[in-house]
Design a protein around this ligand. Structure first.
Ligand code: UD1
Length: 387
């Protein structure tokens, strides 16, 4: 596809953590199909091959144009590193639009740097709310939405949240779920038998993932979880691809001594979704997996007191459980006594990336021909001079 001559500066995608590469892939692809010039900046928040590179490989994403390598740290350290590393790059590139994804620290930092430089921001997966300000992601979501010029919403309740927060509805677009685009686009590539074989399980097993700070950072909460997993493992074999964050506390809580529980390294996208697709049951505290199991029709028990994705409970296969309630909830699923709905939410149809690209494309054209457009670049250059 030839480049769109009406738009001279590029769209810059900024992402840096595992859950957001699947959201970016369909947007990158759909913008490319429209001939929009684009670049990809990887912040380096996630840096292990199994949390980052493997997703680029599995999703056929081109290698990032820029890699900042910010790495890990406390929230303040990581966010500060992101801010100071991103600013000079954005000053240099002056993109027409920065596109950010989800709710991680890279999302918040990129939105903040861009907004302060007068560079417009698009937020993919806007408007989700857990109403739990103890979650760092909830803070990231709220601030990012406030700073965004284009807000792409995956689910209708997000429209109400944004309206209540006073965000101009003209900026908000209900487009569906790009992570589900990726899921549907790869359906033929998921190989359940191979995933089962590689972790050594049969046809009946539970796939688990646990990495929320509230669940895994403290020994007390990690111990409650290990006890809960042990109770489930008495009923069904459990496979846990373990995020590095939780490993030390969960191991200290006795994870590796639990019978009938297989702990493995984090998995790439294709292998992990293959494992989920073939599972009898999923146990998680992730956000995205609640959505993926809803579309795959696999029962999901989410070990959290709340969810920013209530549509997965009202329409899908998801249920919220406490660690103490996990074994009973698993028993109900295994005995067929846990009826769940299996309706795919509205617009989770594999075309969200195209809708986003269409809106971005007409927004870029509008700005290219609008007399206010140069002001943004002027602001950027003004700030560059002041530095
Ligand atoms: C981040 C997101 C979370 C998301 C999760 C998906 C924030 C606030 N949190 O949490 O919303 O669900 O990603 O994985 O942005 N580590 C490694 N290798 C890596 C990256 C991290 O070993 O490549 C370890 C380090 O010990 C690090 C810890 O994991 O300190 C936490 O990483 P961090 O990026 O701060 O947050 P996540 O827990 O991954």
């Amino acid at each position: 596809m030839r480049e769109d001559p009406a738009i001279d500066s590029a769209v810059l995608h900024i992402a840096g953590a595992r859950p957001n590469f699947m959201k970016a892939a369909p947007v990158v692809q759909a913008l490319a199909a429209r001939g929009i010039r684009q670049q990809f900046l990887h912040t380096g928040q996630h840096y292990d091959f199994k949390l980052s590179d493997v997703f680029f490989r599995d999703l056929n994403l081109p290698s990032p144009d820029f890699h900042l390598g910010v790495g890990s740290g406390s929230h303040a350290q990581q966010t500060a590193a992101l801010l100071t590393t991103l600013e000079p790059v954005l000053l240099d590139l002056t993109p027409s639009l920065v596109v950010v994804y989800g709710d991680v620290n890279s999302t918040l930092a990129a939105a903040l740097v861009a907004a302060k430089l007068g560079i417009p921001v698009a937020h993919v997966e806007a408007g989700l709310r857990s109403f739990d300000m103890t979650m760092p992601e909830e803070i990231n979501r709220r601030v990012t939405d406030m700073l965004s010029d284009l807000l792409f919403v995956t689910s209708p309740e997000a429209l109400d949240h944004l309206a209540r927060e006073g965000i101009d509805h003209a900026r908000v677009h209900f487009v569906g779920n790009p992570m589900i685009d990726t899921l549907l686009a790869n359906m033929e590539r998921f190989d359940v038998s191979r995933a089962r074989e590689s972790v050594g399980v049969g046809e009946r097993y539970a796939a688990a993932t646990l990495h929320r700070p509230a669940n895994v950072d403290q020994l007390a909460s990690a111990s409650r979880l290990v006890e809960a997993l042990a109770a489930v493992a008495q009923m069904i074999q459990v496979v846990l691809p373990l995020h590095p964050r939780g490993r030390p506390t969960l191991e200290a809580a006795g994870l590796l001594r639990v019978q009938n529980l297989v702990v493995v390294e984090p998995m790439g996208y294709l292998e992990f979704i293959s494992l989920v697709r073939g599972a009898t049951l999923v146990i998680t505290d992730s956000g995205g997996i609640q959505e993926e199991t809803t579309v795959l029709g696999v029962p999901c028990l989410t070990v959290r007191p709340n969810t920013e994705r209530p549509v997965t409970v009202s329409h899908g296969t998801n249920r919220l459980v406490t660690p103490e309630g996990l074994a009973d909830a698993a028993m109900a699923v295994l005995s067929g006594n846990a009826p769940h709905l299996n309706k795919v939410p509205s617009l989770w149809d594999g075309r969200a990336g195209e809708r986003i690209a269409k809106i971005i494309s007409s927004w870029l054209h509008q700005r290219a021909t609008s007399p206010t457009e140069p002001q943004h670049n002027a602001t950027v250059h003004e700030q560059r001079r002041e530095l």
